[in-house]
Design a protein around this ligand. Structure first.
Ligand SMILES: [Zn+2]
Length: 427
C-alpha cells in the first residue's frame, strides 16, 4: 500500500470516528450530507458554490449563472445557490498560479477571477440574485468575502483567515443582512469556505451557525466542477462520467444525497459546468430523479437514519418547524436510543436561548436549555412525570405505557410528547 493510500485510509477512519462522536450530543446545528432516501420517488439536491457569476463563458456571450439558470429551468429543477457577498474587498493581493489551489488569489480568494471581482458576488450582481429567487431556487450563505474561518496549513497555508467566533459571525452576518434587507430573504444554511471549521479561538463553524440559526450544508457527491485537467473536454467528461457510472451500478445511489457543484471557475480558470450540467441533468432525468434544493430535501426527509414515513414524523417536523433542537450534529436522530432528561431539556428549549454568541459545549448547552424550560423534571420518577404530562395535557399513549412498564422511552416514542409539551409550555 502506497503512502498516499495509507494517508487516505487513516483519514477515512478518522472521519468515521468523528462522525460517530458527533452522534452523541444533540446539536442546534446539524451537518447535512445526505438524508434517509425518500420512498415516494428519487430526489437529489444540488448546491452551486461561489456564485453568482457574470463571467462570460468561452464561446458564448453570456454569464455562467445565467447559463446554469437556463439549464435548470429546462428540467424544472429548483436547487440551492451557495453564494458569496463580494470578494472585491480582498485586495491588495497577488495573483495565484492557474491550475493550483491558489488559482483565484494568494492571500484571498477572488471570485470569479483575480482582477474581475465586480463580475461576481451577490452584492455586485443583485440582478442575478433577483433572478435566482424569482425562479424559485434557494440561497445559502457561503460567506460575505469567502475568507477562511481558520488556518489550514496543508493547502492554504498562505491564506488570510479569521481569528475569532465574533469575526466569523460578522463575516456571515454581512451577507445575511444584505439578503434580508435587499430581498426580504432569510438564509437557513451555510457552508464554510473550503470546509474549514476550526476557528483559532477554540470555537468552530458550528458555533457560528448556531448563532445564525443555520444548519451546516455539506455534500455527499462531488460534481467535480473544481477539477483542472489538460483540456476542457476532459474536464466536462470528468464531471459527467462518474455520475453515469454510479447510477448504472446502482440507480438508487443518489436518492437523498447532495451534489456539490460550482457556479464558478475550476482551478484551471475554465467553467466545464456550463457543458457538463445539461448532460448531468439529462442522466438524472433518465433515472427518474427530481433535482431539488437542500431545504426541500430536508422538508421531505430531515435525518439520515430515520424514515420520513415514521408515524412520529409529524411531531418531529412540528419541533423542527419551530426551530427546536432535535437531532445530532451528524444529522442522525437515533430513533431507538433511550431518551435522557438532558435531551428532553434541550429539545424543549426555545431556539433563541441556544443562540448566545459564545462557544457552547454540550454541558453548557444543556445548562442553558434547562434554565430556559422552566420545568424541573430532574430525577422525576415515572409517575411524577406522568403527572407533569397530565398537567400539561401532553401525554401520549406510547409514553404512558413505557412509563408504567418502567422501560426506557426511546427518542422516537418521546417525540410526540416533547412536541405537545413544548407547545403547552410556550402558550
Ligand atoms: Zn467556495
Amino acid at each position: 500500500m502506497g503512502l498516499y493510500d495509507m494517508a487516505r485510509r487513516v483519514n477515512a477512519v478518522r472521519k468515521a470516528y468523528l462522525k460517530k462522536q458527533a452522534g452523541k450530543v444533540l446539536s442546534p446545528v446539524r451537518r447535512i450530507e445526505r438524508v434517509f432516501p425518500p420512498k415516494s420517488g428519487r430526489y437529489v439536491a444540488m448546491t452551486f458554490d461561489d456564485g453568482p457569476d457574470a463571467l462570460t463563458v468561452e464561446g458564448r456571450d453570456r454569464g455562467l449563472t445565467d447559463i446554469i439558470l437556463e439549464e435548470l429551468s429546462k428540467y424544472d429543477a429548483h436547487v440551492t445557490f451557495d453564494v458569496i457577498g463580494t470578494t472585491d474587498g480582498n485586495y491588495p493581493d497577488e495573483k495565484g498560479a492557474d491550475g493550483t489551489f491558489m488559482w483565484s488569489g494568494n492571500a484571498f480568494d477572488h471570485y470569479p477571477c483575480f482582477g474581475m471581482d465586480k463580475l461576481g458576488g451577490a452584492m455586485n450582481r443583485p440582478e442575478l440574485i433577483g433572478r435566482i429567487l424569482e425562479a424559485g431556487h434557494e440561497i445559502s450563505n457561503h460567506g460575505t468575502t469567502h475568507t477562511l474561518f481558520g488556518k489550514m496549513r496543508a493547502v492554504y497555508g498562505a491564506r488570510h483567515h479569521l481569528e475569532t467566533l465574533s469575526q466569523v459571525v460578522k463575516e456571515l452576518q454581512g451577507l445575511h443582512q444584505y439578503m434580508l434587507q435587499e430581498f426580504g430573504y432569510r438564509m437557513r444554511l451555510g457552508r464554510p469556505a473550503h470546509y474549514i471549521d476550526k476557528i483559532p479561538d477554540g470555537s468552530s463553524a458550528y458555533d457560528a451557525y448556531r448563532v445564525m440559526g443555520y444548519n451546516y450544508m455539506a455534500a455527499s457527491f462531488d460534481g467535480a466542477g473544481w477539477q483542472p485537467l489538460p483540456s476542457y473536454s476532459e474536464e466536462v467528461s470528468a464531471m459527467v462520467e462518474p455520475m453515469r457510472k454510479a447510477l448504472r451500478e446502482d440507480p438508487e445511489c443518489l436518492n437523498g444525497r447532495i451534489i456539490f457543484q460550482k457556479d464558478g471557475c475550476n482551478m484551471a480558470r475554465r467553467t466545464p459546468i456550463a457543458d457538463a450540467l445539461p448532460q448531468q441533468l439529462q442522466i438524472l432525468a433518465e433515472y427518474g430523479y427530481k433535482v431539488i434544493s437542500v431545504s426541500d430535501l430536508l422538508d421531505m426527509s430531515p435525518f439520515e437514519d430515520l424514515s420520513p414515513d415514521a408515524p412520529q414524523m409529524a411531531a418531529i417536523k412540528d419541533l423542527l418547524g419551530r426551530e427546536h433542537t432535535v437531532g445530532y450534529k451528524n444529522n442522525t436522530y437515533a430513533p431507538d436510543r433511550p431518551i435522557t432528561t438532558d435531551e428532553i431539556y434541550i429539545m424543549l428549549a426555545k431556539p433563541e436561548v441556544l443562540r448566545a454568541e459564545r462557544p457552547m459545549g454540550p454541558r453548557e448547552l444543556c445548562a442553558a436549555a434547562m434554565k430556559n424550560v422552566g420545568l424541573d423534571i430532574t430525577g422525576t420518577s415515572g409517575n411524577e412525570l406522568l403527572a407533569v404530562l397530565d398537567r400539561a395535557g401532553a401525554g401520549t399513549d406510547a409514553l404512558r405505557l413505557s412509563l408504567r412498564d418502567k422501560r426506557a422511552v426511546t427518542r422516537l416514542e418521546a417525540a410526540p410528547f416533547i412536541a405537545s409539551l413544548s407547545r403547552a409550555l410556550e402558550s
